[in-house]
Design a binder for this molecule. Structure first.
Ligand code: FES
Length: 155
């Protein structure tokens, strides 16, 4: 005589009831998780558009430098410091310095020394970027700003 009992088949009605109960439980659980997330922001804050480029004295008179983090060229002359965006206004390639201004390697646009378009297809000039002074004494370039061509931050 064996003590093992032969497993009984689960009735179809019981199986469907258990499946429905588990589906309801899973739905309720996911809804609870979704509601718990509601008070928190759904987006992650991006990087700031303001890039520190160093103290005014770090930029020598007559110097020009490429600032990769700002994707901009920074210049210092007797009138102050200014920054010109290095992002081509055609499709966003990074321009390089050329003897007559700036040159885009992607589709051949050329820009003059002030960023003005001298050869398309770029539709508009390279923008001049706003410069300000941070509380810690460093110059800050706002890469999403625009300022008038020819304006300088006086140092
Ligand atoms: S991205 Fe500069 S010319 Fe097209």
């Amino acid at each position: 005589m064996s003590s093992l009992r032969k497993p009984q088949p689960v009735p179809r009605r019981d199986f469907l009831g258990a499946a429905a109960l588990m589906t309801c439980g899973a739905t309720l659980g996911l809804a609870t998780v979704g509601m718990a997330r509601l008070p928190f922001p759904a987006v992650i804050a991006g990087e700031s558009s303001k890039i520190k480029i160093g103290r005014p004295d770090d930029i020598a008179m007559g110097e020009e430098r490429w600032v990769p983090s700002a994707r901009a060229f920074v210049f210092r002359d007797k009138d102050g410091v200014h920054a010109i965006s290095g992002v081509c206004t055609h499709l966003g390639c990074i321009v390089s310095r050329a003897p007559t201004g700036f040159a885009c390697p992607c589709h051949g646009s050329r820009f003059g020394p002030q960023g003005e378009v001298t050869k398309g297809p770029a539709p508009s000039a390279l923008p001049w970027l706003e410069i300000s002074l941070a509380p810690d004494g460093q110059l800050v370039v706002d890469v999403e700003s625009r300022t008038a061509t020819g304006s300088r931050f006086r140092v």
